[in-house]
Design a binder for this molecule. Structure first.
Ligand code: ATP
Ligand code: 5RP
Length: 401
């Protein structure tokens, strides 16, 4: 990622390792308005020790991303990190079954690593992995807090291959820490550490269709076993995972299309980006005219649409009692490059130049959902996260071209 400080409010940075005091303390100095330093007189027995505690906003920003398993978290992550440049990789030389992904400026950690019970422990106690009783929220809080404070942590690893908890791995504080998984918003302490909250809300029908595609083709499971596993998880999903969406700043909701009556195939999707109003540093994207209610079928001279076409919607709504703006796309693009026409009618997208959304979508066109609203809205959320980062860090991220 190219980081160029915003003119006039550039935090000039020098690192003075010789002043490090205590494990994990990072003595990082900033000049300019970003500097918030306090000098603490720490008088020991000699009464002379003076510690300069510098609190600059160069600590990681924390993004929470909640979803059930197989709901597109990895795909979303790849789109998001692509906005910042670099490609996410597991920690070099570490545990090959690590769930962590590191790129230039982002580190993605998986909340599954905070399972307190391994697969055998859960079986013994008769609880599923979705049950909060199988998570260590105290450790989750302590470690995310430490990372937010700029300290490295020794994070456990939940090994999805063996079902066991492996020896821990070191996670260093990145610029952007993404906490993805089943329960990032369940514990209030953890939730409050997060600067932005995203929930991927995949409807039952769509989830089943995605899981069938992937687990039959890639994991050799039978249709019956996949359906049985979804059904077995459902009560705990409803009780512990789904309610977290009320805490999200943005929800990407994926539903079957309304363009084909009684659609059975589940290939065409209706995707809604539910954007909370009044969230600090986040201002919702809109179509045509902010605050209006708009239904738009762009198919015609500018957009190629084969059956069943494409329909957009934008309008206000309420969600768990909060005011929200909803952007919706039903259908899929025939020619992805024609997205530029739709982009020209979207405002407040946080794109840095006209065409950035289309360019990102074309760059990642091999990812699932590239032709429908999942790809479009995941990309938009990536741009919004970049804006949150810039606002907190008072910096400017150069667009990846
Ligand atoms: N937008 C999409 N459109 C169509 N299919 C999708 C989309 N996103 C994900 N999928 C399907 O769902 C599968 C799971 O996606 P992904 O690996 O991103 O989910 P995940 O939440 O990270 O899963 P897990 O937690 O189980 O590893 C993909 O292999 C793909 O088949
Ligand atoms: O929901 C999940 C991941 O998001 C997993 O099911 C959970 O981590 C339990 O793992 P396993 O399936 O290996 O027992």
């Amino acid at each position: 990622m190219l980081l160029s400080p915003a003119a006039g409010r550039a935090p000039a940075r020098t690192t003075r390792p010789e002043l490090a005091c205590g494990p994990g303390f990072s003595s990082t100095f900033f000049k300019g308005s970003a500097l918030r330093a306090s000098v603490a007189q720490a008088s020991g027995r000699t009464g002379r020790a003076q510690i300069l505690i510098v609190r600059a906003d160069n600590r990681p920003i924390i993004i929470g991303m909640a979803a059930d398993s197989g709901c597109g978290k990895s795909t979303f992550m790849r789109r998001m990190t692509s906005v910042f440049g670099g490609s996410p990789k597991p920690p070099a030389g570490g545990n090959p079954d690590s769930n962590t992904l590191i790129s230039d400026s982002t580190t993605v950690i998986c909340m599954d690593d905070y399972h307190s019970l391994d697969r055998y422990g859960r079986k013994e106690k008769g609880v599923t992995a979705l049950d909060p009783a199988a998570q260590d929220f105290d450790l989750m809080y302590e470690q995310i807090k430490a990372l937010k404070d700029g300290k490295s942590v020794e994070k456990p690893i939940y090994n999805h291959v063996t079902g066991l908890l492996d020896p821990p791995e070191t996670v260093k504080p990145p610029q952007i820490l993404v906490c993805e998984g089943l329960h990032p918003f369940h514990d209030e302490r953890v939730r409050k550490l997060m600067d932005f909250h995203v929930y991927l809300d995949i409807s039952e029908e769509v989830k089943t269709s995605w899981k069938l595609q992937r687990d039959m083709a890639e994991r050799g499971h039978s249709e019956e076993s996949i359906k049985a596993s979804i059904a077995a998880r459902k009560p705990d999903f409803d009780a512990f995972i789904d309610p977290q969406k009320q805490y999200a700043d943005v929800i990407i909701q994926v539903l079957p299309t309304q363009l084909i009556p009684e659609d059975k195939e589940g290939k065409v999707l209706r995707v809604r980006m539910i954007q909370k109003e009044g969230v600090k540093r986040f201002s919702p994207a809109y179509l045509f005219d902010e605050g209006s209610t708009i239904s738009w079928i762009p198919c015609g001279r500018k957009l190629t649409c084969s059956f069943p076409g494409i329909k957009f919607f934008y309008g206000p709504d309420t969600y768990y009692g909060d005011e929200v703006s909803v952007l919706e796309m039903d259908g899929q693009f025939d020619k992805l490059e024609e997205l530029i026409y739709v982009e020209s009618h979207l405002s407040n997208t946080s794109a840095k130049f006209y065409g950035e959304i289309t360019q990102q979508m074309l760059k990642n066109s091999q990812f699932p959902g590239s032709k429908n609203g999942t790809g479009l809205f995941q990309t938009l959320v990536g741009l919004k996260i970049r804006e949150v980062f810039e606002a907190i860090r008072q910096t400017t991220v150069a667009p990846v071209v």
